[in-house]
Design a protein around this ligand. Structure first.
Ligand code: 9WO
Length: 234
């Protein structure tokens, strides 16, 4: 069964966009997943095809209408999880991306204007997801980020090398630094241990580097990591 993403948006022309290139694009061309962009405007009912209206209680801007969003959601609902991309949502995590990749696909509602009428979020039990603490012009770019994170985890999409790196990130540490040729560049040498051929020493060095960068930049990750308290190799 193909993994299917239905994206409900006022800008269907934004898709597949970057998801048509590289890893996700190749997987799309190979039929490992399917992407359907649904135009919210097709579900407007008045003769002006309006999808938004002014907020009750006053305030700036416009709000995506509940009835329009609901009709669009009804047109694709088939048991897949339904999510809305908003800055109010729970932060997207690697674990949630993996859960979504393990299921039948997703329905993603992308808001524009100032926001989405809260009643359709509640009535449809939409899971609100954020990709970070900043405001975008709409949910579409956030939907693409979520899809990229999930699709690369589908069977046959990632190569073996990428899968192995995936596991180390899932273990909760940031990555160790990478180096390639030339061994000396602009007066900067590659750390000598990486040229030693001593695989145990290299593994220990990489783990120490990963711990150090995680401690410096993301102490929150380090506290939650299952490997954080493991004693490093001597
Ligand atoms: C915007 C907003 C700003 C402050 C507090 C709450 C807020 N909610 C929204 C919102 O739902 N916006 C809708 C989608 C409509 C306007 C543009 N949208 C949007 C989504 N902007 N930024 C996002 C987003 C989504 C996921 N992760 C980060 C940002």
């Amino acid at each position: 069964m193909t993994w299917v993403a239905s994206v409900l948006t006022l800008f269907p022309g934004m898709f597949p966009g970057p998801l048509g290139a590289s890893l996700a694009g190749r997987a799309l061309a190979e039929g490992r997943w399917r992407l359907e962009a649904v135009d919210l405007r097709d579900f407007a009912t008045d003769r002006h095809r309006s999808v938004d209206d002014t907020p009750f209680g006053g305030g700036p801007g416009m709000v995506l209408r509940a009835d329009v969003a609901d009709a669009a959601l009804a047109s694709v609902a088939d048991g897949r999880p339904m999510l809305a991309l908003t800055p109010r949502g729970r932060p997207l995590t690697q674990a949630r991306a993996a859960q979504l990749a393990a299921g039948p696909g997703v329905v993603l509602l992308c808001g524009r204007y100032e926001g989405i009428d809260q009643r359709v979020i509640e009535a449809r039990g939409l899971e609100e997801i954020s990709i970070g603490d900043y405001v975008l012009s709409g949910g579409e770019l956030a939907a693409m980020v979520l899809l990229d994170a999930a699709v690369r985890l589908l069977p046959g999409v990632m190569g073996a090398a990428e899968s192995a790196r995936e596991e180390s990130f899932a273990a909760g540490l940031l990555e160790y630094p990478h180096y390639t040729r030339p061994a000396d560049w602009a007066g900067r040498a590659v750390p000598a241990v990486l040229l030693s051929g001593n695989h145990a020493a290299i593994a220990a060095w990489r783990e120490a580097e990963a711990r150090a960068v995680t401690a410096a930049r993301r102490p929150d990750l380090l506290a939650a990591s299952p490997v954080a308290s493991r004693v490093p190799a001597p």
